[in-house]
Design a protein around this ligand. Structure first.
Ligand code: ADP
Ligand code: MG
Length: 829
């Protein structure tokens, strides 16, 4: 009956949180019943109640409860929101579990075999809010809706599971920029495949790895909100998934099937793209199949039309920053308190739109490695920096846009609201002006963005003729323009009392009967009536039916009046139905243009990022780096953008020059604790990364060449944030740097070798330095801060190594830090 099986391909869901809690601690036969519980106000609802719905079935159940159990059986690991009229009700253990989590009153309305059924409920319109709160606490929520017409006296409603809310499918209106990936892991022999979909934006990423560590890094960088794995996969994959502290769902192995993957890809991306992606990579096909089938199940079988063509995580064209570099350099999170505020991103993220906020994070996470592309981005920033008028105009326009990408996702998943339509309308209204500004720009990148921008005037027109200009906040008010639909206009007229129709009827009855004093009236008990004073009763036609007698008059109804009454009383409902139909049609029309609209969102996002980078450059006094082919890092007056900002009152930041050239490849940097060694190392890496993402840099002057990778390795002693300061981790990461670094990389080594005994540590540090110095005969540009003063001996043997120190002076008992990087090693004293 009515309950759709959504999860046919998906079996064996499992949930990390035990759901056994209600009823816990009870014993024996009584164990199924909780002793008289009390609701939030302390009212007891008496007697014993059912603790669990398990095993309850059969004739004792009402038909609605039978539907409840059927739905529950399909998605046993989730909390079921079961629609009953204007409410979603939660029953049994769902109610006892959720009521305290959601601050709802726990009550009961019915009994089975003498035991009360626990119950709590929420109004329909609040479903997202409550579902999201449960998901945030680690639960899945299943929404079971009434389908089709229903109402009092209409018998049992049809019900269907329409969607399942999990961390990856929360489509709330919040505009947190962070992506919410659903990732699937798949391992075949020593091949690790990873696919990840952000349902809220349609982003689709994929990667395959021969190396478990590289796979783990890729996953950690994506920070998935939810993971699916094959229930029979290898232990290392299972354990890793479990260690990430997000919802993990195990699916039976048949969900990971390359053929299923192919058909899911075709249905999501269309035949042309779906047919060709991941060809020859069965592991990726398998992971993609599981991801897409799972998402389809959660979203009620809705298509995933807004998905982008998958981007490959090993894509050339970008610098891959591994997890340890991202963390050590505090690109997105400060290691002290985990906040964004004290991280690099907060200094540059001055974006105005959620799309821009996401894109600037992507730019920072994946700097470019193509010189021409880098220079083009820098020119766009420079152009906006110098042209304040244009920049302000763009910023003003961007500030009005909402989260177009997420609005599109909701619309294509048939979960769109009127607000989402307004977001699309605003975007389309902004588009033509934005295009003009961009096309007029001198920077080729901005000009190209303008040329790519397609204003979609027809679609805008459709939205504008349909939606009222100022969409009211109240849900019951009409949002459709007058004169769009004559039928709708008539219904509205009827809904507001049908004054016109009643007046016309009154006039025609007067004429027919000749009773000029005849009046049409309305009261709650009798509805509409014709009132005739006693004087005129004799003229009343035979077919009128008497309804009510007053002292001086009689009231009647006629067939025609009854018909009007019916029309007037049902007008509101019909009006709402018709509006929903018109709105759904409009939403679908918008959804069909999703590809073009997403392209538009991308243009906005890029424009936003360039404006933000121009603003940062201006406010922070940064300069445009110059790129040379010389394999050079030559920074004059470099600064650390975050340390500089959060310096204690009264202190000023001391800028430093850093030069790594053909003759100076490896700088050994010594100096006392707290002198500023780590700061100078990190600022150099940050300047390199900022430049390659297309940003200006915190320096007086920077002459750079493109780096293929930036590696950082911070000795366990300094790497407090990590917590697992084991020597093994340090060594394996160092080994990876040695394996992967090239003459075009930048390596930052900060106190490497500290995680072990002095002698071993020194031996390791020396060997690592020598190796990097010698690599390929050219050496790898490296900054090596160390407390091993023995390392200052290295330049005697190795010509490209140079000693530097961050200077300090002894001033009586205290040390005065000069914070200047100067040539030469310091000696031990
Ligand atoms: P080290 O690595 O040599 O122990 P750090 O680089 O961690 O020292 O710096 C310690 C502190 O000194 C920083 O937190 C910062 O407050 C201050 N500092 C470092 N470099 C500078 C600088 N160039 N100008 C001003 N203050 C600095
Ligand atoms: Mg340090």
């Amino acid at each position: 009956m009515g309950i759709l099986k959504l999860t046919t391909e998906i079996k064996n869901h499992s949930h990390p949180r035990g759901r056994e809690n209600p009823g816990e601690g009870l014993s024996g036969e009584e164990g199924r019943a909780l002793k008289a519980s009390a609701d939030k106000e302390g009212r007891s609802f008496g007697g014993k109640v059912w603790a669990s719905s398990e095993g309850l079935s059969g004739s004792s159940l009402t038909p609605a409860l039978k539907q409840f159990f059927e739905a529950k059986r399909q998605v046993p690991d989730s909390i079921l929101f079961f629609q009953m009229g204007d409410f979603y009700e939660l029953f049994f253990e769902d109610a006892t579990l959720a009521a305290p989590l959601l601050d709802l009153a726990l009550t009961s309305r019915q009994k089975i075999n003498g035991l009360a059924v626990p119950l709590c409920g929420i109004p329909l319109s609040t479903v997202d809010n409550y579902a999201n709160r449960l998901v945030a606490q680690g639960y899945k929520v299943t929404i079971c809706d009434q389908i089709g017409k229903f109402g009092p006296g209409m018998g049992l409603a049809n019900r269907q599971i329409t969607r399942i809310v999990t961390p990856a499918t929360v489509l709330s209106q919040d505009s947190a920029p962070r992506a919410k990936y659903l990732a699937a892991f798949y391992r075949e022999d020593d091949q690790y495949s990873l696919t990840a979909v952000d349902l809220s934006t349609g982003d689709f990423a994929a990667g395959r790895f021969n190396d478990f560590a590289a796979f783990q890094t890729a996953v950690r960088t994506l920070e998935p909100s939810e993971i699916v794995i094959d229930s029979e996969t290898y232990d290392n994959v299972k354990n890793f998934a479990g260690s990430l502290e997000v919802l993990v769902t195990s699916l039976s192995p048949e969900n990971f099937d390359p053929e299923l993957g192919r058909s899911e890809l075709i249905s999501a991306l269309g035949a042309e793209i779906g047919q060709k992606v991941f060809t020859g990579w069965p592991g990726l096909l398998a992971a993609a199949g599981a991801t897409l089938a799972y998402l389809k199940g959660l979203t009620g079988g809705k298509g995933l039309r807004h998905l982008s063509e998958p981007r490959l995580l090993w894509e050339r064209g970008f610098m891959t920053l591994d997890e340890s570099a991202t963390r050590n350099l505090e690109l997105f999170k400060s290691s002290r308190d985990g906040s964004e505020k004290a991280a690099l991103i907060a200094q540059i993220d001055r974006t105005k739109t959620p799309m821009g906020a996401r894109l600037i994070r992507d730019y920072l996470a994946r700097p470019l490695i193509d010189r021409e592309q880098i220079v083009n981005r820098l020119l766009a920033v420079e152009n906006l920096l110098s042209d304040l008028f244009t920049r302000n105009e763009l910023i003003d326009k961007l500030g009005r846009l909402g989260d177009l990408e997420r609005a599109l996702s909701r619309l294509t998943l048939a979960r769109g609201t009127v607000r989402d339509l307004v977001t699309v309308r605003t975007a389309l209204e902004t588009a033509p002006k934005m295009k003009d500004i961009l096309v007029g720009s001198e920077a080729s990148l901005l000009k190209a963005l303008g040329e790519d921008l397609e204003p979609l005037e027809k679609l805008l027109k459709k939205i504008k003729i349909t939606l009222v200009d100022e969409v009211p906040l109240g849900a019951s008010e009409s949002v459709i323009k007058n004169r769009l639909s004559p039928v709708l206009d008539d219904l509205r007229e009827l809904e507001s009392g049908g004054l016109k129709a009643i007046a016309a009827l009154e006039a025609s009855e007067k004429k027919k009967t000749g009773i000029n004093a005849l009046k049409v009236g309305y009261n709650r008990v009798h509805g509409y009536y014709l009132e005739v004073t006693n004087l005129n009763i004799n003229n009343v036609p035979k077919d009128w039916t008497r309804k009510q007698t007053l002292s001086g008059a009689e009231r009647y109804v006629t067939e025609e009046l009854k018909v009007w009454e019916e029309k007037i009383l049902t007008a509101g409902e019909k009006r709402r139905e018709l509006e929903t139909k018109i709105l759904n049609h409009l939403k679908e029309t918008v959804a069909q243009e999703v590809t073009k609209l997403k392209a538009l969102a991308q243009v906005f996002a890029q424009t936003d990022v360039f404006c933000a980078l121009a603003e940062s450059a201006e406010n922070l006094g940064w300069v445009k780096p110059t790129y040379t082919e010389d394999n050079l890092i030559d920074i004059t007056g470099g600064r650390h953008p975050v340390v500089e900002r959060f310096l204690p009152a009264g202190e000023t930041f001391v800028s430093n020059d850093v030069r790594l050239s053909h003759s100076e490849r490896l700088l050994i940097i010594t100096g006392p604790n707290m002198a500023g060694k780590s700061t100078v190392l990190r600022q150099t890496a940050l300047i390199v990364i900022l430049g390659q993402m297309g940003s200006f840099v915190p320096a007086q002057k920077a002459l750079l060449s493109v780096r293929d990778r930036v590696f950082t390795r911070v000795g366990a002693f300094d790497d407090l944030a990590r917590g697992q300061s084991t020597f093994m981790v340090e060594m394996s990461e160092t080994a990876r740097i040695l394996k992967e670094a090239s003459n075009r990389s930048l390596v930052i080594l900060d106190e490497v070798g500290r995680g072990t005994s002095t002698y071993d540590g020194l031996a390791i540090a020396w060997a690592v330095a020598e190796y990097l110095h010698d690599l390929g005969g050219l050496g790898v540009p490296t900054l090596f801060a160390t407390h091993y003063h023995e390392l200052t001996e290295l330049p005697r043997h190795k010509t490209l190594a140079k000693n530097f120190n961050v200077s300090a002076k002894r001033w009586g008992q205290t040390v005065l830090f000069l914070r200047k990087l100067v040539p030469g090693g310091v000696n031990r004293s």
